[in-house]
Structure formats: C-alpha cells, structure tokens
Design a protein around this ligand. Structure first.
Ligand SMILES: Nc1ncnc2c1ncn2[C@@H]1O[C@H](COP(=O)(O)OP(=O)(O)OP(=O)(O)O)[C@@H](O)[C@H]1O
Ligand SMILES: [Mg+2]
Length: 274
C-alpha cells in the first residue's frame, strides 16, 4: 500500500519551504501527501515579509476532519507558530496517535532571530516532542531545546545529541536527527542517535546559495520514508541522500534571486536545453 503522509506547517508562496516543499518531497519519494495549514506567510527567496496565523480551532478542525476519514501513516510537523497552536496540534495528535511523527522544531530563522516565545518552546518540549518518533533540530534550535549555546564542532554535536535524547526519556525507539548544516567548513555532518546507536552521516557541503527549505525537505522526506522501511537508520540515510541530490541539482530550477529552492523532482525532470 502507498504510504499516506501528512504535513502540518506553514505556507511559503515561493514553494521552496513549508507545506509546498513538503508535498513535493513526499510525492517525489512515493508517498501520498495531505496538508494541514498552520500559518500563512508572505515570502520569496530573499526573505520573509509577513506571517498571518491561522485560528487554532480551525487547525484542530482540519486535523480532526482529515483523520476522521483518511489513513495517516506518518506526520511531519513544521512551523506552527505560537503556543496555542502547538497545544492544539499536540492534543489532536495525542488523540489520533499516528505511528510516526517527525518533529522539525522550527524556532530559529536563517537570520538567527528566535521565532518562538518561551511558552511556545516549553509547550513543544513538554507535549509535542515526547510524542514524536524523530526530531530534526538544527544546531541553534538544539541549543534552545537543551538550554546551552549551539554546538560548534562535530565533537560537541555528540554531546548535544545525547542531551536532546534525554527529552525522549531514554526511549530507544525515538531518534534524534541533529542537523549540522550550520557548522562552518567543507562538510555538513548530521548525527542520528537513539540513546544507544550514534550514527555519523557525513556529506560534503555543496557550494550553492540554493538552500531555502532544506530543513523542511529533509523532515518531509523522513515522514515519507519511515513507513516504507522497518529501519529508521535506513530511512534517515535515504532522506539525506535524496536532499543531497536535490541541492546538487537545484541550479536547474533558476527560481528567484535569493536563496533558491532545492530540486525536489530531480529524478524525473530533464533540464530544458538552452
Ligand atoms: N550546502 C549544503 N550541502 C549539502 N548539504 C547541506 C547543505 N546545507 C544544508 N545541508 C543539509 O541539509 C539539511 C538541513 O540542514 P540545516 O542545518 O541547514 O537545517 P535548517 O537550518 O533547519 O534548514 P532550514 O533553514 O531550511 O530550516 C541537513 O541534512 C544538512 O546537512
Ligand atoms: Mg529548519
């Protein structure tokens, strides 16, 4: 059976991040995509100009109406915004109990600005995170979650991954996917940790400015792949590999003049000859 996946996130009209990127990644990786809209944004490849929240009650209605009818094998959670939204999403998912939840704890913008208030961070740490099967923080977000300064080396990332896993109460069926895209240097090493196995996933850094939505794409890819394999390590490696190729082929798209999107459909689309 084809896996049926759900993204709960914001909309980026330029299609490189948020729900549109998630739907593309899920579709490219053989999963049917459903989407619940948690926020609207005005943005392009150069930056964000506004956020319009969606009423938490209406987010709950979207989730409940969908789950009432549609089988959902995996959920990816992206940008939710403030505490009341995190609360309704957490309560709804606690009721419906999907098998896989991938939590991308979006809270720090590319500019380094912290997007979430303390109440929202606490709600995420206490009610949403413990339900997730895999969390995918970047280094600044990991720092906020464990209340330390962000890791600056791969060695420090090991300590961060261990501290993050404590938020899962030492459950070895839950995984930390710690993204190292923010480390300086030639490599983008990510770590995968379940309290027992620590897996280093190295990759060379691709020299491109087209990194808009890399985090969204990765977590959506994980939600698409987790139901397709019994092994979360295999799903994580395949998701990273898919993203790597999508970044490497991003120049074929030529969208916007800022940080362009990655090429979600690189396996299918042929570049037009000039
Ligand atoms: N230039 C690059 N070359 C190869 N891999 C990259 C590059 N930039 C990011 N990645 C990979 O992309 C994934 C996302 O990493 P990153 O740490 O940038 O997440 P993020 O900050 O959440 O992204 P976003 O800004 O989209 O939210 C990671 O697997 C990282 O290793
Ligand atoms: Mg991110």
């Amino acid at each position: 059976m084809i896996p049926s996946t759900l993204t709960i996130a914001g909309v980026d009209p330029s299609g490189g991040a948020g729900v549109l990127a998630d739907v593309k990644a899920m579709s490219a990786l053989g999963a049917y995509a459903n989407a619940v809209i948690a926020a609207l944004t005005a943005q392009n490849t150069q930056g964000l100009t506004g956020i319009s929240p969606v009423d938490p009650d209406f987010i709950k209605l979207q989730i409940d109406t969908l789950f009432n009818d549609v089988r959902i094998d995996a959920v990816k959670i992206g940008m939710l915004g403030q505490q009341p939204v995190i609360r309704v999403v957490s309560d709804s998912l606690a009721h419906w109990k999907p098998k896989h939840i991938v939590l991308d704890p979006v809270m720090v913008a590319k500019s380094g600005d912290h997007l979430l208030e303390k109440a929202a961070i606490n709600e995420m740490r206490e009610s949403l995170l413990p339900q997730s099967t895999m969390m995918t923080p970047n280094l600044p977000e990991a720092g906020v979650l464990i209340e330390r300064r962000p890791a600056e080396t791969v060695k420090e990332m090991y300590g961060t991954a261990e501290k993050l896993h404590r938020l899962f109460d030492h459950n070895d069926e839950r995984w930390v996917f710690l993204k190292g895209g923010h480390l300086p240097g030639k490599e983008c090493t990510d770590l995968l940790y379940n309290g027992d196995r620590m897996i280093e996933m190295p990759a060379l850094r691709i020299d491109t400015k087209n990194t808009h939505g890399t985090g969204c794409t990765l977590s959506a890819a994980l939600a698409a792949l987790l139901p397709q394999t019994a092994d979360p390590v295999e799903a994580a490696k395949a998701a990273k590999q898919y993203l790597y190729k999508a970044i490497a082929r991003s120049h074929e798209l030529d969208i916007g003049s800022g940080h362009g999107p990655v090429h979600h459909f690189h396996q299918w689309w042929k570049p037009l000859s000039k």
